[in-house]
Design a protein. Structure first.
Length: 278
Protein backbone atom coordinates (compact mmCIF):
# COMPACT_ATOMS: atom_id res chain seq x y z
CA UNK A 1 0.00 0.00 0.00
CA UNK A 2 2.76 2.44 0.96
CA UNK A 3 4.60 1.90 -2.34
CA UNK A 4 1.64 3.10 -4.44
CA UNK A 5 -0.05 5.45 -1.93
CA UNK A 6 2.72 7.55 -0.40
CA UNK A 7 0.80 9.26 2.38
CA UNK A 8 2.14 7.70 5.61
CA UNK A 9 0.10 9.97 7.91
CA UNK A 10 -3.15 8.85 6.24
CA UNK A 11 -2.19 5.15 6.30
CA UNK A 12 -1.10 5.30 9.96
CA UNK A 13 -4.33 7.09 10.94
CA UNK A 14 -6.36 4.42 9.11
CA UNK A 15 -4.52 1.72 11.05
CA UNK A 16 -5.33 3.44 14.35
CA UNK A 17 -8.95 3.94 13.22
CA UNK A 18 -9.34 0.20 12.51
CA UNK A 19 -7.83 -0.58 15.92
CA UNK A 20 -10.16 1.91 17.62
CA UNK A 21 -13.24 0.30 16.00
CA UNK A 22 -12.04 -3.15 17.14
CA UNK A 23 -11.50 -1.92 20.71
CA UNK A 24 -14.92 -0.22 20.92
CA UNK A 25 -16.60 -3.33 19.49
CA UNK A 26 -14.78 -5.49 22.09
CA UNK A 27 -15.96 -3.25 24.95
CA UNK A 28 -19.55 -2.71 23.74
CA UNK A 29 -20.17 -6.43 23.17
CA UNK A 30 -18.53 -7.33 26.51
CA UNK A 31 -15.95 -9.52 24.78
CA UNK A 32 -13.57 -7.85 27.19
CA UNK A 33 -14.29 -5.83 30.31
CA UNK A 34 -14.12 -2.07 29.78
CA UNK A 35 -11.71 -0.49 32.28
CA UNK A 36 -12.56 2.10 34.89
CA UNK A 37 -9.82 4.64 34.44
CA UNK A 38 -8.95 7.78 36.37
CA UNK A 39 -7.75 11.08 34.96
CA UNK A 40 -4.33 10.51 36.58
CA UNK A 41 -4.02 7.17 34.75
CA UNK A 42 -4.97 8.86 31.47
CA UNK A 43 -2.30 11.48 32.10
CA UNK A 44 0.26 8.70 32.70
CA UNK A 45 -0.76 6.90 29.50
CA UNK A 46 -0.66 10.01 27.28
CA UNK A 47 3.17 9.97 26.84
CA UNK A 48 2.94 6.29 25.83
CA UNK A 49 0.31 7.14 23.22
CA UNK A 50 2.50 9.93 21.87
CA UNK A 51 5.61 7.75 21.39
CA UNK A 52 3.42 4.89 20.09
CA UNK A 53 1.94 7.24 17.48
CA UNK A 54 5.36 8.51 16.42
CA UNK A 55 6.85 4.99 16.34
CA UNK A 56 4.21 3.70 13.93
CA UNK A 57 4.34 6.84 11.81
CA UNK A 58 8.14 6.68 11.48
CA UNK A 59 7.97 2.97 10.57
CA UNK A 60 5.43 3.64 7.82
CA UNK A 61 7.48 6.57 6.54
CA UNK A 62 10.53 4.31 6.28
CA UNK A 63 8.61 1.46 4.63
CA UNK A 64 7.36 3.89 1.99
CA UNK A 65 10.86 5.19 1.20
CA UNK A 66 13.16 2.12 1.28
CA UNK A 67 12.93 -1.66 0.88
CA UNK A 68 11.03 -3.52 3.63
CA UNK A 69 14.12 -5.66 4.27
CA UNK A 70 16.27 -2.54 4.80
CA UNK A 71 13.80 -0.94 7.22
CA UNK A 72 13.84 -4.11 9.32
CA UNK A 73 17.62 -4.41 9.12
CA UNK A 74 17.89 -0.92 10.70
CA UNK A 75 15.23 -1.88 13.24
CA UNK A 76 17.47 -4.79 14.29
CA UNK A 77 19.21 -2.11 16.40
CA UNK A 78 16.28 -2.22 18.84
CA UNK A 79 18.34 -3.97 21.57
CA UNK A 80 20.86 -1.10 21.52
CA UNK A 81 18.13 1.47 22.21
CA UNK A 82 16.39 -0.86 24.66
CA UNK A 83 19.57 -1.21 26.75
CA UNK A 84 20.16 2.55 26.67
CA UNK A 85 16.58 3.49 27.58
CA UNK A 86 16.25 0.73 30.21
CA UNK A 87 19.33 2.20 31.86
CA UNK A 88 18.01 5.77 31.68
CA UNK A 89 14.40 5.10 32.75
CA UNK A 90 14.52 1.87 34.79
CA UNK A 91 18.07 2.05 36.14
CA UNK A 92 18.97 -1.36 34.67
CA UNK A 93 22.76 -1.50 34.27
CA UNK A 94 23.90 -3.82 31.41
CA UNK A 95 26.80 -6.26 31.86
CA UNK A 96 30.00 -5.83 29.87
CA UNK A 97 29.01 -8.90 27.80
CA UNK A 98 25.73 -7.26 26.79
CA UNK A 99 27.56 -4.10 25.74
CA UNK A 100 30.10 -6.12 23.69
CA UNK A 101 27.32 -8.11 21.99
CA UNK A 102 25.83 -4.86 20.71
CA UNK A 103 28.99 -4.11 18.68
CA UNK A 104 28.19 -6.58 15.84
CA UNK A 105 24.56 -5.40 15.86
CA UNK A 106 25.58 -1.78 15.25
CA UNK A 107 28.43 -2.75 12.88
CA UNK A 108 26.25 -5.09 10.84
CA UNK A 109 23.54 -2.46 10.38
CA UNK A 110 26.19 0.10 9.31
CA UNK A 111 27.65 -2.37 6.78
CA UNK A 112 24.21 -3.20 5.37
CA UNK A 113 23.34 0.52 5.14
CA UNK A 114 26.49 1.32 3.12
CA UNK A 115 25.60 -1.24 0.46
CA UNK A 116 21.80 -0.90 0.39
CA UNK A 117 20.46 -0.28 -3.15
CA UNK A 118 17.30 1.52 -1.94
CA UNK A 119 19.14 3.64 0.66
CA UNK A 120 17.98 7.19 1.28
CA UNK A 121 18.34 9.34 4.38
CA UNK A 122 14.60 9.85 4.99
CA UNK A 123 14.02 6.08 5.07
CA UNK A 124 17.11 5.52 7.25
CA UNK A 125 16.38 8.20 9.86
CA UNK A 126 12.68 7.30 9.97
CA UNK A 127 13.57 3.71 10.86
CA UNK A 128 16.09 4.91 13.47
CA UNK A 129 13.49 7.26 14.96
CA UNK A 130 10.99 4.40 15.16
CA UNK A 131 13.58 2.42 17.16
CA UNK A 132 13.88 5.22 19.72
CA UNK A 133 10.14 5.84 20.00
CA UNK A 134 9.09 2.17 20.16
CA UNK A 135 11.70 1.30 22.77
CA UNK A 136 10.70 4.38 24.77
CA UNK A 137 7.11 3.13 24.62
CA UNK A 138 8.11 -0.37 25.77
CA UNK A 139 10.22 0.87 28.66
CA UNK A 140 7.61 3.41 29.79
CA UNK A 141 4.84 0.81 29.44
CA UNK A 142 6.81 -1.61 31.58
CA UNK A 143 7.22 1.13 34.16
CA UNK A 144 3.43 1.63 34.19
CA UNK A 145 2.77 -2.13 34.34
CA UNK A 146 4.95 -2.64 37.43
CA UNK A 147 2.93 -0.12 39.46
CA UNK A 148 0.57 -2.83 40.68
CA UNK A 149 -1.88 -0.61 42.50
CA UNK A 150 -2.48 1.53 39.42
CA UNK A 151 -1.81 -0.81 36.54
CA UNK A 152 -4.24 -1.74 33.82
CA UNK A 153 -4.00 -5.16 32.26
CA UNK A 154 -2.02 -5.22 29.01
CA UNK A 155 -5.07 -5.56 26.71
CA UNK A 156 -6.86 -2.52 28.09
CA UNK A 157 -3.62 -0.53 28.31
CA UNK A 158 -2.94 -1.09 24.62
CA UNK A 159 -6.60 -0.43 23.77
CA UNK A 160 -6.53 2.99 25.44
CA UNK A 161 -3.19 3.81 23.77
CA UNK A 162 -4.69 2.90 20.37
CA UNK A 163 -7.71 5.21 20.86
CA UNK A 164 -5.51 8.04 22.12
CA UNK A 165 -3.15 7.61 19.15
CA UNK A 166 -6.06 7.89 16.72
CA UNK A 167 -7.29 11.15 18.28
CA UNK A 168 -3.75 12.53 18.42
CA UNK A 169 -2.93 11.79 14.78
CA UNK A 170 -6.28 12.33 12.99
CA UNK A 171 -6.28 16.17 13.26
CA UNK A 172 -2.62 16.33 12.15
CA UNK A 173 -3.39 14.09 9.17
CA UNK A 174 -6.34 16.23 8.05
CA UNK A 175 -4.23 19.37 8.36
CA UNK A 176 -1.14 18.01 6.55
CA UNK A 177 -2.51 15.53 4.00
CA UNK A 178 -6.22 16.33 3.87
CA UNK A 179 -8.72 13.66 2.77
CA UNK A 180 -6.36 11.74 0.51
CA UNK A 181 -8.13 8.44 1.29
CA UNK A 182 -11.39 9.59 -0.35
CA UNK A 183 -12.46 7.36 -3.29
CA UNK A 184 -12.40 10.31 -5.73
CA UNK A 185 -8.75 11.12 -4.92
CA UNK A 186 -7.68 7.44 -5.06
CA UNK A 187 -9.34 7.07 -8.47
CA UNK A 188 -7.80 10.29 -9.79
CA UNK A 189 -4.38 8.93 -8.78
CA UNK A 190 -5.00 5.96 -11.10
CA UNK A 191 -5.32 3.40 -8.30
CA UNK A 192 -7.81 0.58 -7.83
CA UNK A 193 -10.06 1.84 -5.00
CA UNK A 194 -11.39 -1.58 -3.93
CA UNK A 195 -7.92 -3.15 -3.93
CA UNK A 196 -6.34 -0.27 -1.98
CA UNK A 197 -9.12 -0.27 0.62
CA UNK A 198 -9.07 -4.06 1.03
CA UNK A 199 -5.29 -4.23 1.43
CA UNK A 200 -5.35 -1.29 3.85
CA UNK A 201 -8.04 -3.06 5.91
CA UNK A 202 -6.08 -6.33 6.04
CA UNK A 203 -2.90 -4.42 6.94
CA UNK A 204 -4.77 -2.54 9.68
CA UNK A 205 -6.22 -5.74 11.18
CA UNK A 206 -2.82 -7.47 11.12
CA UNK A 207 -1.19 -4.34 12.55
CA UNK A 208 -3.58 -4.24 15.54
CA UNK A 209 -3.34 -8.00 16.19
CA UNK A 210 0.48 -7.91 16.09
CA UNK A 211 0.72 -4.89 18.40
CA UNK A 212 -1.77 -6.40 20.86
CA UNK A 213 0.14 -9.69 21.08
CA UNK A 214 3.36 -7.68 21.43
CA UNK A 215 1.90 -5.91 24.47
CA UNK A 216 0.68 -9.20 25.97
CA UNK A 217 4.26 -10.50 25.75
CA UNK A 218 5.72 -7.25 27.13
CA UNK A 219 3.68 -7.68 30.33
CA UNK A 220 5.49 -10.97 31.02
CA UNK A 221 9.11 -10.17 30.04
CA UNK A 222 11.65 -7.33 30.30
CA UNK A 223 11.80 -4.67 27.55
CA UNK A 224 15.21 -6.04 26.49
CA UNK A 225 13.95 -9.65 26.14
CA UNK A 226 10.95 -8.27 24.26
CA UNK A 227 13.25 -6.53 21.75
CA UNK A 228 15.18 -9.79 21.22
CA UNK A 229 11.94 -11.59 20.35
CA UNK A 230 11.21 -8.74 17.96
CA UNK A 231 14.55 -9.30 16.25
CA UNK A 232 13.83 -13.01 15.72
CA UNK A 233 10.61 -11.90 14.05
CA UNK A 234 12.67 -9.50 11.96
CA UNK A 235 14.69 -12.37 10.44
CA UNK A 236 11.44 -13.84 9.07
CA UNK A 237 10.28 -10.41 7.81
CA UNK A 238 13.60 -9.67 6.06
CA UNK A 239 13.80 -13.06 4.30
CA UNK A 240 10.11 -13.04 3.34
CA UNK A 241 10.18 -9.47 2.00
CA UNK A 242 13.33 -10.13 -0.07
CA UNK A 243 11.59 -13.11 -1.70
CA UNK A 244 8.19 -11.38 -2.10
CA UNK A 245 9.43 -8.03 -3.43
CA UNK A 246 12.46 -9.60 -5.20
CA UNK A 247 14.68 -7.01 -3.54
CA UNK A 248 18.22 -6.90 -5.03
CA UNK A 249 20.67 -7.87 -2.27
CA UNK A 250 24.46 -7.76 -2.66
CA UNK A 251 26.87 -10.09 -0.84
CA UNK A 252 28.16 -7.29 1.43
CA UNK A 253 24.57 -6.23 2.21
CA UNK A 254 23.66 -9.81 3.13
CA UNK A 255 26.81 -10.07 5.23
CA UNK A 256 25.95 -6.88 7.14
CA UNK A 257 22.40 -8.08 7.80
CA UNK A 258 23.72 -11.49 8.88
CA UNK A 259 26.29 -9.96 11.26
CA UNK A 260 23.63 -7.70 12.81
CA UNK A 261 21.21 -10.58 13.35
CA UNK A 262 24.03 -12.82 14.68
CA UNK A 263 24.82 -10.02 17.14
CA UNK A 264 21.19 -10.02 18.24
CA UNK A 265 21.35 -13.78 18.84
CA UNK A 266 24.61 -13.40 20.79
CA UNK A 267 23.01 -10.59 22.78
CA UNK A 268 20.03 -12.80 23.68
CA UNK A 269 22.46 -15.39 25.05
CA UNK A 270 24.70 -13.07 27.10
CA UNK A 271 21.66 -11.21 28.47
CA UNK A 272 21.15 -14.26 30.70
CA UNK A 273 24.54 -13.77 32.36
CA UNK A 274 23.95 -12.17 35.71
CA UNK A 275 26.47 -9.56 36.94
CA UNK A 276 28.61 -10.70 39.86
CA UNK A 277 27.68 -9.18 43.18
CA UNK A 278 30.37 -8.09 45.61
Amino acid sequence: VLKVFQYPLTITTCQFAIGTVLVLFMWMTNLYRRPKISSSQLAAILPLAMVHTLGNLFTNMSLGKVAVSFTHTIKAMEPFFSVLLSFLFLGELPTVWVVLSLVPVVGGVALASMTEASFNWVGFWSAMASNVTFQSRNVLSKKLMIKKEESLDNINLFSIITIMSFFLLAPVTLFVEGTKFAPSFVQSAGLNVKQLYMRSLIAGLCFHAYQQVSYMILSKVSPVTHSVGNCVKRVVVIVTSVLFFRTPVSFINSLGTGVALAGVFLYSRVKRIKPKTA
